[in-house]
Structures are given as structure tokens and as C-alpha cells.
Design a protein around this ligand. Structure first.
Ligand SMILES: *Cc1c(COP(=O)(O)O)cnc(C)c1O
Length: 407
């Protein structure tokens, strides 16, 4: 009854930009979330990679509640301690020098683009303002980050877009070299594992090449770690897997542990160009969000990451053994699952929900982004439900089509 009422009210008053599941979620603890009818679900979405510590981690909840009862917001006209703590932790963990706080991934990426243009225009003159990003990327929904997003489906009907953005095919070093002959390029922006694009990790050779030629030409490398960052891939940043230090890293999703918080983390040379008045955000660095972020960042130590890696290995191995699974992609606990036999990821998602497991999709793949505090038992339970669900769905096409010679 309550469920129907909430859904009806949502349909009447909330803009229909999401196709929601017919669940009203009411409370959560760890990896379990309960709907308004009292049904429980094992959550392998963590609110799209946000709830790194699961639902309502006691230490996180206490820190947030304490800060909310002490000082909830001040604006950036004054200093507050929590945001300085988060900034120091981020610089220590990333090897970068300065942080600008935003409230979302898109806003962090927007800030990164502004920083890159400011640095390049000040250093090399006004013509140097072009931003390159990758085909199939996702960087956000604001106009500039939407423009940087290399997927046309998101672009329809929202133009005109800001000028001087262009796309590179991923993993194509020659295309990058050609594009960088253009002296007006100021930055290359990319995800190391394309999340919304289907959970696809970039080739290490390509990433090394990008880092090298960008450094040679002083074209700023912006790595969008909004989804990959904060331990998701088994290292604090995915950059560490690839052994690169970009000029700018953007973070959001898991950073606040469930509260809106984004960050642009940059090298000193970029920071030096961003003086008072150059950028801002009313809510950026909000003390309550930062109090939560402190708990998240302190929790992610070596033992924590060891658990992420051990669970990721177990999850990936068990998934790869399922007869309906064609490929397991991604890195660490950022998992993409390609299905055999034309099975639809969206159908699997709906049926998993009925069977008590919440999963995501990305393009035609199932996508898993479980809380980073999961255990082997959680992995085993999730794979069991997924295996039973997949077994319910007959293939739409032959499972193993004979190889066809190309026409
Ligand atoms: C989610 C995401 C964004 C956008 O973040 P919002 O907080 O929704 O604005 C940007 N980049 C990547 C890689 C993301 O996964």
C-alpha cells in the first residue's frame, strides 16, 4: 500500500528522467537494503558505486550525525577543519598537490576542464583550449561534460554544445599522435575503465603512451576517477594499476560514502593558475559530507584493499565459470558481465531483483559495483542468485554460434 502510494506520487510530481525499478527502498545496513514491504535485497550496486562502506556504516553515520549537530554549512567564505582533512588525505594518497571540492562527478569534471583551459591559456595563449576525450566515454550531464562524453545517445536535442571538444578512439595511439599535432589541444580527458560505456578497461600500453606524449607536449592529462577511484579497482586510484600520475584526477561517487562530494585533485602547476575568484561552489567542501569522507578515506588502508582484491578475484572466477557468461570485464570490484545466447542484461537485472539481488547494467552488460566492505560469503550468495537467475532465462540465439567467415 505504502509502496504504491510513493510510486504514484513520484510519477505525478518527480520529473521522469529515470526509469526506476518498482521498489521503494526504506532502510539499509551493510550490504542489505529493505523495501517498504519489508523485503530484503543483497545490494551489488552500492547506489552506483557510492556506498563504499555499505549502508549506514556505524562509524560513518556517527561522524556525519556529529558534524550535522555541530556545524552543517558555512559557505567557502570561511575555513572549516573537515574539508582540510579530506584535502590532506587526498593529496597524500594521490601524490598530487591541491584539491578543489565540488558536489558531484559532473561538477568535478567541469572544474577539471576549467583548470586545464586556464593553465594552458595562461601558459601558451588563448588558442590553446581544445579538450580531447575518448569515444564511448562518460563524463557527466552538464553541458561541457556532456560534450566531453563520447556517446551520441546522450547528446540528442541538447545542442548547441561548447566548442573545441573532440573524440579519440580508445586504445589507438596513432590517432592520439595525429590529434596532438594540433597545437590548440590543452587536455586529454579519460576514464581508465569506461564505466557507463560497458565496464571496459583501457589497454595499459595505450595509457602509458597517452601519459608519455601528454607529458612531452605539456598537454594536461585529466583522469576521470569518479567511478574507478577510492579503492573500487583494488588500488586507491585506478591510476596506480597503470603506474601513471596524471595532472588532474577527478573523484566523486564513493568519496563521501553516500553524501554528495566531488573533488578535482591537481598538480601544483595547475593549481598555481587558479587564484581567488577563478572558480567556486556554494556547497563545495561541505563539512557534513567531508566528515563522512574522512571516515571513508581512513578506512581504506592496505588490509581494506586486500579484501577488495580477494573478493574481486573470487567474484570474477565464479562468474567466469557460469555457463551463460561470455566474458567478465573491468577491474577489481568494477565488474562487467557479457552474456551468451542474446540474453538481455535488463531482463537479468529485473529477475535478479525478484530473486533478492540488486545489480546494474551498462550497455548490454550486467554491471556489479558492490560495496567495498563485502565478504566471501556475500560474493558466494550473489553469484548463487545470479546463477539461478541466469538459468531461468532461455537463450534467444544459439549459445555457441559456429564461426562465420566474414562476407
Ligand atoms: C558517474 C560518473 C560521472 C558523473 O557523476 P555525477 O555525480 O552523476 O555527476 C562522471 N564520470 C564518470 C566516470 C562517472 O562514472
Amino acid at each position: 500500500m505504502h509502496t504504491e502510494k510513493v510510486i504514484k506520487r513520484d510519477k505525478k510530481y518527480v520529473l521522469h528522467t529515470y526509469s526506476r525499478s518498482p521498489l521503494v527502498l526504506e532502510r539499509g545496513s551493510g550490504l542489505t537494503v529493505w523495501d517498504a514491504d519489508g523485503r530484503s535485497y543483497l545490494d551489488f550496486t552500492s547506489g552506483i558505486g557510492v556506498n563504499a562502506l555499505g549502508y549506514c556504516d556505524p562509524e560513518w553515520s556517527a561522524a556525519v550525525a556529529a558534524q550535522a549537530g555541530q556545524l552543517q554549512h558555512t559557505s567557502n567564505l570561511y575555513y572549516t577543519a573537515p574539508c582540510t582533512r579530506v584535502a590532506r588525505k587526498l593529496c597524500k594518497r594521490t601524490g598530487l598537490d591541491k584539491v578543489f571540492f565540488a558536489n558531484s562527478g559532473a561538477e568535478a569534471n567541469e572544474g577539471a576542464i576549467k583548470c586545464a583551459r586556464k593553465y594552458s591559456v595562461e601558459t601558451y595563449g588563448p588558442a590553446r583550449n581544445k579538450v580531447l576525450s575518448l569515444v564511448n566515454s562518460f563524463h557527466g550531464r552538464t553541458l561541457a561534460t556532456l560534450t566531453a562524453t563520447g556517446q551520441d545517445v546522450f547528446h540528442h536535442d541538447f545542442g548547441p554544445f561548447p566548442d573545441h571538444f573532440a573524440y579519440l578512439p580508445a586504445n589507438d595511439s596513432a590517432a592520439l599522435d595525429t590529434a596532438l599535432q594540433d597545437e590548440t589541444v590543452c587536455a586529454v580527458m579519460m576514464e581508465l575503465v569506461q564505466g557507463e560505456g560497458g565496464v571496459i578497461a583501457l589497454d595499459a600500453d595505450y595509457v602509458h603512451h597517452v601519459a608519455e606524449v601528454c607529458a612531452e607536449k605539456d598537454v594536461l592529462l585529466i583522469v576521470d576517477e569518479v567511478q574507478t577511484g577510492i579503492g573500487r579497482t583494488g588500488t586507491f586510484l585506478a591510476c596506480q594499476h597503470y603506474g601513471i600520475t596524471p595532472d588532474i584526477v577527478t573523484l566523486a561517487k564513493a568519496l563521501g560514502g553516500g553524501l554528495p562530494l566531488g573533488a578535482v585533485v591537481m598538480k601544483e602547476k595547475v593549481a598555481a593558475c587558479m587564484g581567488p575568484g577563478s572558480h567556486g561552489s556554494t556547497f563545495g567542501g561541505n563539512p557534513v559530507a567531508c566528515a563522512g569522507a574522512c571516515v571513508v578515506l581512513d578506512r581504506i588502508d592496505d588490509a581494506f584493499l586486500e579484501n577488495v582484491n580477494a573478493c574481486a578475484a573470487r567474484l570474477r572466477q565464479q562468474l567466469a565459470e557460469l555457463p551463460e557468461v561470455a566474458e567478465v570485464s573491468g577491474l577489481g570490484l568494477m565488474v562487467g558481465i557479457a552474456l551468451k545466447g542474446g540474453r538481455k542484461a535488463s531482463e537479468v537485472r529485473t529477475r535478479c531483483e525478484h530473486n533478492g539481488l540488486l545489480v546494474l547494467t551498462a550497455k548490454d552488460r550486467i554491471r556489479l559495483l558492490p560495496p567495498l566492505v563485502l565478504t566471501f560469503d556475500d560474493v558466494d550468495r550473489a553469484v548463487k542468485i545470479l546463477a539461478e537467475t541466469l538459468a531461468e532465462i532461455p537463450p534467444e540465439e544459439p549459445e555457441a554460434p559456429a564461426a562465420q567467415p566474414n562476407a
